[in-house]
Design a protein around this ligand. Structure first.
Ligand SMILES: [Zn+2]
Length: 449
């Protein structure tokens, strides 16, 4: 038989590298649909199954019956400070040690379902940015499944923040930007702000800090997302930042001016209507600028940072902008106890709760992203696919990588999480990460642990 017409189903055929998931429910556009999913371990992409079968006469090497489990796109965490004992913000003298720490974290993080993320730095001295940023940039073309979770670029939270809302940042490191963009370049390093391969993908800053507002358009031109956080901005100041191009809010409600009925602060941005006036006026001919689109916003649904009702309220104000973030620190994944913190203080870990020793101040979180999804799912009453959308489709849109990450559409990266759905005590619904696939290759299987 000529090679061209060889039976593709014979045992001697060339492996296609195709895996077919069947008997499963896919998370598509925040809905669950009963469909098969075809992925390629050769290209690392999701396939169009009919096209693969009929046009390319390709058939799967393996068909995996998932017994009705949920198949989700890989999770994306846009605010992760560290985990498993590693802190992105602590730069050792020896950068090889740092690089090994990042690599180890990536391999452990992916086991939690997070296949892509923004390594996040708290406020640091300029020399720390110069030292660590080269290790935290986008993984880009490497596409190696065994590397684990993939960086989509660094999130620099600070140091252009307001001391009044410092949270656990060291306010002595905070800066203003008297020379505008040049001040930012001097702090982070100009080469670290350059697209497309510059390591910085997102910067959180307080728009009321002198010089900061004027930098927003240039940052956005460079493909950097501007997020508002650790800020005492009024509604008016926050609106000006959104009009200038800021598109995200960092851990909504935490470390920012709270909602007041006469000045809704940053939360007010979620209640605006694009194009409408943003200031209260007694005349009908207000010259105030129209409001830009509502921003995306991160919420820490760890059960500590925000009351469950606050999370549900924020979601209902702007569902399509709602992103769950872990804001997890190095202690995520470690046993309970008291640990040294970067600026000489110590942090107590009890479960997912972190507090500064001697104070009751919340000191970041130790929660995994899937637990944030579970909390939000139970608190809000939304469907499971909608809850999963807050760590997949929505962060992908925020980062401008929709169609590549955060979805199960043909052509997207085959970053896939298989989830078991269960109900525990008191009717508490729970998703458990059963399998994780990166670029079409299985990298975690709970059953084989
Ligand atoms: Zn913060």
């Amino acid at each position: 038989m000529p090679a061209a017409t060889a039976d593709l189903h014979s045992p001697t055929r060339t492996p296609s590298g195709i895996i077919k998931f069947t008997n499963c429910r896919l998370v598509r556009h925040k809905r669950l649909v009963e469909e098969d999913l075809w992925i390629s371990s050769t290209t690392g992409k999701i396939l169009h199954c009919q096209e693969a079968f009929y046009e390319h006469r390709a058939s799967p090497d393996r068909t995996i019956d998932l017994g009705g489990r949920i198949v989700s796109p890989g999770f994306i965490d846009v605010q992760l400070n560290g985990g498993f004992g590693f802190d992105f913000s602590v730069a050792p003298e020896d950068t090889t040690t740092y690089a090994k720490g990042v690599a180890r974290l990536n391999r452990q993080l992916i086991r939690t379902g997070v296949t892509a993320y923004l390594p996040t730095l708290t406020s640091q001295r300029s020399e720390v940015y110069h030292k660590v940023l080269p290790h935290l940039g986008p993984s880009g073309s490497r596409r190696n499944a065994s590397d684990g979770a993939e960086s989509l670029g660094t999130h620099c939270e600070g140091p252009f923040l307001n001391p009044l809302k410092k949270g656990i940042h060291d306010a002595s490191l905070f800066l203003s930007a008297p020379s505008g963009f040049s001040s930012l370049s001097a702090c982070y390093g100009a080469h670290n702000l350059l697209p497309p391969s510059g390591p910085i993908k997102c910067i959180t800053f307080a728009p009321e800090i002198p010089g900061v507002l004027s930098c927003i358009p240039q940052l956005v031109d460079h493909g950097i997302t501007v997020s508002l956080g650790h800020t005492d901005a009024t509604f008016h100041e926050a609106s000006a930042a959104i009009s200038a191009g800021a598109s995200m809010i960092t851990h909504l409600f935490n470390a920012m001016r709270p909602l007041h009925h006469r000045d809704p602060g940053i939360f007010g941005l979620l209640g605006t209507t694009p194009g409408s006036p943003t200031t209260i006026t007694t005349t009908t001919t207000s010259s105030s600028p129209g409001q830009a689109a509502k921003p995306f916003f991160g919420c820490i649904a760890d059960g500590v940072h925000l009351h469950p009702t606050t999370v549900a309220l924020a979601y209902s104000a702007h569902p399509s902008g709602f992103i769950l973030v872990s804001d997890a620190m190095a202690l995520m994944g470690l046993p309970d106890g008291t640990y040294d913190w970067t600026n000489g203080s110590r942090i107590r870990k009890e479960g997912d709760v972190l507090t500064l020793e001697g104070e009751e101040k919340i000191a970041g979180s130790a929660v995994t992203l899937v637990e944030c999804v579970n909390n939000f799912w139970n608190w809000s009453g939304v469907g499971v696919a909608e809850a999963v959308g807050a760590v997949t489709e929505t962060p992908a849109r925020m980062l401008g990588v929709e169609g590549v990450k955060g979805c199960l559409e043909p052509g997207a990266d085959a970053d896939v999480v298989v989830l078991e759905e269960g109900v525990g005590e008191g009717g508490w619904k729970r998703l458990v990460v059963e399998q994780v696939w990166k670029f079409g290759v299985k990298v975690f299987d709970k059953e084989q642990e």
